[in-house]
Design a protein around this ligand. Sequence first.
Ligand code: GCU
Length: 328
Amino acid sequence: MLVGVGVATSGFVLFERARGRDDGRAQRRLVLKLGHGLDTGHPVHEAMQFLADRLAEKSAGGMVIEIFPNGQLGSETECIEQVQRGALAMTKSSTAPLEGFVPEMAVVGIPYLFRDGEHLWRVLEGPIGRGLLRAGEGQGLRGLCYYDAGSRSFYTIDRPVLSPDDLSGLKIRVQPSRTALETVEALGGSPTPIPFGELYTALAQRLVDGAENNPPSVLTSRHAEVCKHYALDEHSAVPDVLLIGTRAWEALSPIQRRWLQEAADESVAYQRELWARATAEALAEIERQGVTIHRPDRSLFASRVEPMHREYLGTAVGDLIEQIKQAE
Ligand code: GCU
């Protein structure tokens, strides 16, 4: 049994194990709290559970990740702020709200910038992606890895979005992110930022006409109970990022850091395998729940957001955009 006699200061807590060892000696465990907004049936949650299990094995129980899912500790933005302050050790966030803390992250939110999943992952796993994981260090945020969040498409309560013209007059929930907001605006809809955890109620009360997300998130959030059309225009592919506060990271010993990074890397491989299957299964289940799946012509959407590419070329991420476009 754990008795929290220790201590501590923050999201990383040293507990003494007061009982539970035959020799009666106290064993210290490092507990890292990780808060996120997804359901426990979501493949990204499963990957973080895998990470926690691998870390416990590597450290022979000396390091424990305690996961708080479903937005129990707040929205993504609130969790990022807690990680910055050291009140929470770790969080998992979409890159979209992270843009507000690490401006360079905006580059991954530019719609239709990546040609396909392979292009996206070559960039994320290469020097650009690795650089972006480190770009928040000055803000107290260290990225450990990316998880696949597929691509995002519009789902709506009453009528499908088969072309950008269909978005006219529709209030669409977006993530709290400038690129997400500008994307829906460029396509002709009215963007409404709402935290993910509040979206089910917002849809049920018709405060918005629809939203956009990947299939596993639409399914596990139960939004398909309300929205009966899902149009796969795949306008963006913002991934998820696993973050640790730089203070928590610096409090770890070199071997603890190595175990954590290795466990994170292993969880990435595990999640990438899960993702493809989870997406196909989620789509089939969403359809079974009475949602019509539409496959609109993506080029209608892509051409409407082209001006965004030009605008962002003139910003601090302009060079990154050029490099990404040229990447094989
Ligand atoms: C995805 C993503 C989450 C994010 C959510 C959202 O599910 O994985 O991190 O919170 O989209 O739309 O807010």
